[in-house]
Design a protein around this ligand. Structure first.
Ligand SMILES: [Zn+2]
Length: 664
């Protein structure tokens, strides 16, 4: 029996073979297509649509997860073989005329008209989503839409290849050791190793993150910094890797697609289903934040120039800011590590959110997993003892595991269903690549790593505490500009004295984090915060400007520079072409396109929502209950703006973010 064919709460991770993937997914796809045919003739096609993909999703979740954490060439090949078939199936749904007619027919029935709550929202969202995918277009329109999607995939793939190729095409070889002055030994060693790997003498620098950032931050030699900065900001701006034409083409295709579907522009199309709803709202949000940030931004830049004693160029800013930071705060992040042993962080976090959200997290022994280091936990409701779900935690890097930190869901249950026989727990996981234990010491984390654990646990609680009966709207399936609220808000508990006392304890002595270290860490957080914020606002503004107000024929690189110059700490050269390397916006058909504002949007939400905990107590079970019932439990069963208002009693207020970053 192929273990991928049936949903099992105890996923037999130790038994699944790469050779089982394709047969299982092929069979599940065939089954799902039968269920689709049944859904079309069913009296309740909407309900059938919500549940028909459950087994397919489970199997794909498990396979995708294994490919992320214990990949092998066989597993990757199997995953790559099934992935296109599965995504082709999903994208065929809105263009299936029989299904579309069935959904419209049901919506017009008395029952469809009388739907309430999550099911009503699901109906509205499904209809809107089908329309946004072209369900209502005449045949010629549908054909053109498909052409646009194909062209967008090609153009954005090429865009991203050009950025990668032009980044890789650059190298700077330094052969005089004196030129390295200012660089930390780790950066020098990395540059030496890079040169050696290419069988070259001296020290080799590139435009990849670690090398570029080290040069910009520490290298004393300003002309070399200038040369590298200019290369970085001209990536993919000229032949043979020229993104100028592609950029224009992508913007034109996105605009045409939006207008074909009846929207003013691409921003309105993409944001239709997000919390912001329209490009106008996102634009106003950024404009407002910019006005509030600008005074401190100017002050910070004036202070930096007077500290440096010279007029600063763009390639000087990072360098002098680091000098200023070191002069103002004698603070080394590494000094915090002894206070963040992984085990204390994790158990302290369970204790904190146990109190706040009324849950109990307990280790589960003997659960099969994909690696011996993986831990499994069960989550129960502290008041009713109801089994809400389980999760796996996989914290350390391995060669066969991808980088970064993430949360994923394996099974979307319904642990509080009205009918006890329908009750099924949720299943999820959190993964990280945290500092592993070395030299017989426990894993000692940076403060940022502790925040990462809290962040991913927030996503996990969004999944495990979900009480949404419509599967498609449960847990973290919320609009993109809302999904980071539950995760980011949890990071706030890493900055409060009271909660730090629970988990930040010296691994040998058990001592609390010393007050002076705590104060230094807080001050360092607000250093040049207005610059960090203006940079993000600038990216958000240029993103919206390109998708909303670029005229369609003028020089798009000049246009972008003209926008970004207002957000830069130093004057930008005329040929500044950062935009041709901006993969966030242009490396996939949608990606962050018209969505870059979400970073700041989510920060405003989490900082503002946390003010209730600050006022009523960071361990307040009453506020926790409210957050659990009104946000965490609700998934996408209601418009996020309504959910937010139900928790705060008003719309989001950006002041809390400004206060948290020291800008107020
Ligand atoms: Zn996140």
């Amino acid at each position: 029996m192929n273990p991928l064919l049936e949903i099992s709460f105890r996923v037999p991770f130790d038994q699944i073979q790469a050779s089982q993937v394709e047969p299982a997914i092929d069979q599940l796809l065939a089954d799902t297509k039968l269920r689709l045919a049944e859904a079309i003739v069913s009296p309740r096609p909407l309900h059938a649509l919500d549940t028909m993909t459950e087994r397919l999703e489970y199997a794909m979740n498990v396979v995708r997860h294994l490919e992320s954490v214990v990949t092998t060439p066989e597993l990757r090949a199997a995953f790559n073989a099934v992935q296109p078939k599965v995504s082709a199936f999903y994208s065929s749904l809105p263009l299936n005329p029989e299904l579309w007619n069935a959904i419209k027919r049901y919506a017009a029935t008395a029952e469809g008209q009388a739907l309430t709550g999550a099911m009503k929202r699901y109906q509205t969202k499904t209809i809107d989503s089908f329309k946004r995918h072209g369900a209502d277009l005449p045949p010629a329109g549908k054909a053109r839409l498909q052409e646009i999607d194909v062209a967008l995939t090609e153009a954005t793939t090429k865009f991203s290849e050009n950025v990668l190729d032009s980044t890789n095409a650059y190298e700077l070889l330094l052969t005089d050791e004196k030129q390295l002055a200012g660089l930390p030994p780790t950066a020098v060693a990395a540059a030496r190793a890079s040169a050696e790997s290419k069988a070259k003498p001296g020290w080799r620098f590139t435009l990849h993150g670690p090398s570029y950032v080290a040069l910009m931050t520490y290298l004393d030699d300003a002309p070399i910094r200038e040369q590298v900065w200019r290369a970085y900001n001209a990536r993919a701006a000229e032949a043979p890797y020229d993104n100028r034409g592609l950029l224009k083409k992508i913007l034109e295709l996105r605009r045409e697609k939006a207008q074909l579907l009846g929207f003013r522009d691409f921003a309105d199309l993409v944001l239709d289903d997000r919390m912001a709803h329209t490009g106008d709202t996102a634009q106003n949000f950024l404009d407002d934040l910019r006005v509030r940030t600008e005074p401190r931004f100017k002050e910070e830049n004036a202070a930096l120039e007077s500290f440096a004693g010279q007029t600063l160029q763009p390639w000087d800013v990072g360098y002098w800011a680091e000098k200023q930071r070191a002069a103002l705060y004698d603070f080394d992040e590494e000094a915090l590590r002894p206070y963040f042993p992984l085990q204390n962080v994790v158990t302290g976090m369970f204790e904190i959110f146990g109190r706040v959200f009324g849950i109990r997290v307990e280790p589960e022994a003997g659960v099969p997993a994909w690696d011996a280091e993986v831990r499994c936990y069960a989550v129960r409701d502290a008041a009713t003892n109801a089994n809400l779900g389980s999760f796996y935690a996989d914290w350390f890097p391995r060669e066969n595991k991808r980088g970064g930190a993430w949360m994923d869901s394996l099974i979307t249950g319904n642990p509080t269903a009205e009918n006890p026989s329908d009750r099924r727990p949720h299943l999820g996981l959190i993964c990280g690549n945290l500092t592993p234990p070395v030299d017989g010491k426990p894993a000692l984390l940076t403060h940022r790593e502790a925040e990462t654990i809290f962040h991913e646990f927030g996503h996990l609680l969004h999944h495990l505490l979900s009480r949404v009966e419509v599967r498609s709207l449960a847990g973290t399936s919320v609009p993109w500009d809302f999904v980071e609220l539950p995760s980011q808000i949890m990071e706030n508990w890493c900055w409060e004295r009271e909660s730090l006392n629970l988990f930040a304890r010296h691994w040998q002595t058990g001592a609390r984090l010393p007050e002076d270290l705590f104060q230094k860490m807080k001050r360092a957080k607000t250093f040049r915060a207005a610059n960090a914020q203006m940079r993000q606002i600038g990216f958000g503004v240029v993103d919206l400007a390109l998708h909303r107000s670029w005229d369609g024929h003028s020089d798009v690189v000049k246009f972008a520079r003209g926008v970004l110059v207002n957000f830069a700490p130093a004057p930008l050269p005329e040929d500044y072409a950062m935009i041709t390397g901006f993969t966030h916006l242009f490396s996939s058909p949608v990606g962050y396109g018209a969505g870059y504002y979400s970073y700041k949007w989510a920060e405003v939400l989490d900082a503002d929502a946390f003010t209730r905990f600050r006022k009523e107590g960071v361990f307040s079970a009453a506020v926790g209950r409210d957050f659990r019932d009104k946000i965490l439990a609700r998934g996408d069963s209601e418009d996020p703006a309504v959910l937010y208002r139900s928790f705060m009693g008003r719309d989001p207020d950006p002041n809390a973010l400004l206060e948290r970053t020291g800008l107020l």
